[in-house]
Design a protein around this ligand. Structure first.
Ligand code: NPG
Length: 377
């Protein structure tokens, strides 16, 4: 398909409530929305790099530069067959998985719309509905945390994830465990600890958690293996796993027993499926993580989570948990602890142009031979 045009929009979307993690507080979700046009077909993508390098070194600014100056020149005016062809064209460029994944997603949507196939069927998904959970940020007090958990349990979320950070860990989690008995519960530290804190995790080990996510630094598989060896609770890696190779190595040395797969973090859906396949073959459970995506990115996460190895509920919640006004429709709703996987062609969602315009803070259109494109090539 000849790529005729790439539109980039930096958006800032107000969240329904601030989201606090060990790396900071987010009030507005920043992202880049991408629109590819080819032969009368449009494909949408979302790059989830945020406003500051808290979760990843990438930000909206670095991703904008990467997409505009390095990725776009490799595709504009070119015949790009499909997402795999796109991946080959950019394979020599180092790093920047969030930027690469955002554009790859637009290629998936384009390919699906052109071939009249849903993303779920292109990826090999097998379920029309997927089990989901909710991720609860750090709350101002323990009492408010317990109230928040209660509200989400009442809404029907069957699995709860609690964000933790030093000083807001064992006592918070114990309070939730005491209030909710058998509730499926897991925690996420976003790499805020070191092996010197192992006793904190020894204490968590008795709280019946499904898993402990990314307790240590993202580049520290070895200490994760040491920590996993002393715990009965499975460790789950998120930030540490950027590719199928990382996943294989982490499993080989016993650094984790579960993997969180986020298409954005691993440079796109193609690599996400490769990690799924590796874990499926080894009977290692995986689940789909989330990065407060708009309806565009969340549609992709739902399609991915419909693959058979996603045996744990994902961080994919209903639209109303994130945004009062999303930029895509239909909204995703929770039904019996599950969300339906879109079945329309491509991502199976439609972008709401007015809503997108309202949250756009800057935009650019790149075409073959356009200034930004020429400058970089
Ligand atoms: O439901 O999309 C969601 C949020 C799930 O906790 C969640 N995401 O560390 O996994 C994470 C965290 C995150 C949010 C990471 C925003 C990066 C950006």
């Amino acid at each position: 398909m000849r790529i005729e045009r790439l539109e980039m929009r930096h958006v800032s979307m107000p969240l329904v409530a601030p989201f606090e993690t060990s790396f900071g507080v987010e009030q507005d979700r920043e992202a880049i929305i991408l629109r590819l046009d080819s032969e009368g077909v449009t494909g949408w993508g979302e790059c989830v790099a945020g406003g500051w390098p808290g979760y990843s070194y990438e930000t909206v600014q670095t991703a904008w530069h990467m997409i505009q100056d390095h990725l776009a020149p490799l595709i504009l005016g070119q015949e790009v067959e499909d997402p795999s062809d796109y991946r080959q064209r950019i394979a020599h460029l180092k790093g920047h998985p969030l930027a690469k994944a955002g554009l790859e997603l637009a290629f998936w949507d384009l390919a699906g719309r052109a071939a009249d196939r849903s993303l779920m069927s292109m990826l090999g998904g097998q379920r029309q509905r997927v089990a989901v959970g909710v991720s609860i940020g750090i709350q101002p007090s323990r009492g408010e945390l317990v109230e928040m958990v209660e509200a989400y349990v009442e809404m029907g979320y069957p699995r709860i994830k609690l964000k933790i950070k030093p000083g807001r860990d064992v006592a918070d989690v114990r309070a939730v465990r005491q209030a909710f008995g058998e509730l499926p519960l897991q925690v996420d530290a976003n790499s805020a600890y070191s092996l010197d804190d192992a006793e904190i995790f020894d204490a968590m080990d008795d709280l019946g958690l499904l898993l402990i996510e990314q307790p240590l630094a993202e580049d520290d598989l070895v200490d994760h293996a040491k920590l996993q060896a002393r715990l009965k609770t499975p460790l789950c890696l998120d930030e540490s796993i950027l590719s199928a190779r990382h996943a294989r190595q982490a499993l080989e040395i016993g650094a984790c027993r579960v993997i969180n797969i986020k298409p954005a973090r691993v440079s796109g859906l193609r690599e996400a499926v490769a990690i799924h396949d590796l874990c499926w073959a080894q009977e290692v459970p995986v689940w789909c993580g989330g990065m407060l995506e708009t309806g565009i990115g969340r549609a992709a996460n739902l399609a991915l989570a419909s693959l058979p190895g996603f045996t744990l509920p994902g961080d994919i919640s209903a639209t109303e948990r994130y945004y009062r006004q999303d930029i895509a429709e239909p909204a995703f709703v929770l039904e019996d602890g599950m969300i339906k996987v879109p079945q329309g062609k491509g991502l199976g969602i439609e972008v709401i142009q007015d809503a997108l315009d309202k949250v756009t803070v800057r935009s650019t259109i790149l075409q073959p031979g356009s200034k930004a494109n020429r400058r970089a090539s």
